[in-house]
Write a new protein. Structure first.
Length: 508
């Protein structure tokens, strides 16, 4: 029997994409006839590349200076918060960004669709940067970080799903396309800390935050001019929430907000334990989301097996990000207190160290994209890539050890550490984004992407919790133990790779 022609989703203005129903349309897994005009990739990838570039410019530009803003003395323009507490807040904030990807994924899958959710999230991000720039003190910090966390979470889950919508499920260009998309992330990640760090060092923190707001405004304006060209699937709500259930979900949301407010007002939740609370909430959310995907009647047996295959990679990903995200906590403190940043009479801004990683990504992401494209079906399977990436991340922490006890560490040594970490990142992050769209059940495409980001949330929150144990006198133990444990986790994933591949049911 011939499958019915897919209907254009209500409110969609883009051309109808025959790949909206992957398994219902013959040839759905093949690229379309007019989708190879951006370095051999779909044309719309260029627009999403640009959106993500400017969002990351604003995000990393702000994140490059916000920890310093918190623990610098008030005489230096900061808030004078205890350094360990400030690092914990940054880790908790970073974790909630990815935690809110679940909320963004749910809104996209059940209420607005990925495209409208992404645009709304971008507006919230811009408003958060404006609050940091214009509202002084702790109130501006709190409002700004909450708005950016909610907005960034919504944008992360949805823009990844939109990139995935440009490809057939078995399109061999998919990993290469995500590597190119990841290049846009890192151009923003490179220029954001460079410019906001320079502005902060020259004119102060609030102008640095204001520059981040301008970057996000530019990205939204550019995207608004081209958003209608996305495929029809981008505007589609795959699993609409029945209107009869709206009241129940509004009541649940109000209860969660009231519970959080009560925890803050009673002192149960405070700045000192925020990172630990986010770790706990993230673990519970991950268990709940896995349970939803594994028990939903809208998920078939093959899809359920693919979700199960992601469990060990979720754990490995969390371990990777627990170390990698310390560039915004421990490595920022290390850059301030341990690095020799003097170049003649000029001192390099602290936040510039965070630009090493995106600089290496810009150099190496095209190499990896070409490598995966040329290898095709001969490239390592995703679990193998994950295992190698995690081993490299642990090795990067071991490179700190020769400099233990050195009073002034050369900046280039930090660059070497971040180079090794970057090699690991290229084997985990863009590949993980691509994998989440390949393993995703048809009924929950954005929530599966949110699950990958949930592993990043867990790792990022752990980076804040772990930062409380860092001190110069215990560097050898801190870097040595974390590096060794992470290498063991990566090696275990390599050993399990063949069995994981079998449960992925035809997905590499």
């Amino acid at each position: 029997m011939t499958s019915p022609t897919p209907r254009r989703p209500e409110g969609a203005t883009g051309a109808l994409d025959p790949r909206d129903h992957h398994d219902d349309v013959p040839g759905a897994d093949l690229p379309g006839p007019d989708d190879s005009s951006f370095f051999g990739q779909p044309r719309m990838l260029a627009n999403l590349f640009s959106v993500e570039l400017w969002e990351r410019f604003s995000f990393y530009g702000m994140q490059g200076i916000v920890l310093l803003y918190m623990y610098f003395a008030t005489t230096e323009g900061g808030l004078g918060i205890d350094r360990a507490t400030a690092a914990g807040i940054v880790g908790a904030y970073g974790g909630t960004v990815y935690l809110f990807a679940i909320l963004g994924g749910w809104v996209a899958d059940r209420l607005l669709g990925s495209e409208r959710t992404m645009f709304t999230s971008g507006v919230l991000i811009m408003a958060g940067h404006v609050a940091l720039a214009l509202v002084p003190g702790v109130p501006g910090l709190a409002v700004g970080l909450v708005l950016i966390a909610v907005g960034s979470g919504g944008l992360k889950a949805t823009i990844t799903d939109l990139v995935g919508s440009l490809y057939g499920r078995r399109d061999p260009r998919r990993d290469a396309g995500f590597s190119i998309f990841y290049l846009g992330i890192n151009i923003g990640g490179l220029t954001g800390p460079l410019l906001t760090g320079l502005v902060q060092q020259t004119w102060g923190f609030h102008l640095g935050f204001g520059l981040a707001a301008l970057g996000m405004a530019f990205g939204l304006t550019q995207y608004g001019l081209a958003r209608r060209r996305l495929p029809g699937r981008a505007h589609h709500v795959p699993n609409p929430l029945p209107r009869a259930q709206y009241g129940r979900w509004v009541g649940l949301a109000a209860a969660v907000v009231a519970l959080a407010a009560a925890a803050v007002l009673t002192g149960v939740l405070h700045a000192g334990n925020l990172a630990d609370v986010v770790v706990l909430v993230t673990v519970l959310a991950a268990v709940a989301l896995f349970a939803l995907l594994l028990t939903s009647p809208r998920v078939d047996d093959d899809e359920r097996s693919r979700v199960r295959s992601f469990i060990p990679m979720f754990i490995g990903s969390a371990a990777f990000w627990a170390l990698f995200q310390q560039q915004f906590t421990v490595i920022t403190i290390y850059s301030d207190t341990r690095l020799d940043r003097d170049l003649g009479d000029w001192t390099m801004p602290i936040s510039w160290v965070q630009s090493f990683n995106p600089f290496f990504i810009i150099l190496l992401a095209p190499v990896f994209a070409v490598l995966w494209t040329r290898l095709g079906d001969r490239q390592p399977a995703t679990p193998t890539k994950f295992g190698l990436g995690i081993v490299l991340m642990g090795s990067a922490f071991l490179i700190f050890l020769p400099m233990v006890g050195v009073s002034s560490v050369p900046v280039l040594w930090a660059a070497l550490i971040l180079l090794v970490a970057t090699l690991g990142e290229l084997l985990v992050s863009p590949v993980g984004l691509s994998l989440s769209t390949k393993l995703a059940p048809r009924a929950y495409p954005a929530l599966m992407v949110a699950l990958f980001y949930l592993s990043v949330a867990l790792g990022t929150a752990l980076s804040g919790s772990l930062a409380g144990y860092y001190a110069e006198r215990t560097e050898a133990v801190y870097f040595g133990v974390l590096g060794a444990v992470t290498i063991v986790i990566g090696a275990a994933l390599l050993v399990l790779s063949p069995s994981i591949r079998r449960t992925m049911r035809g997905v590499r």
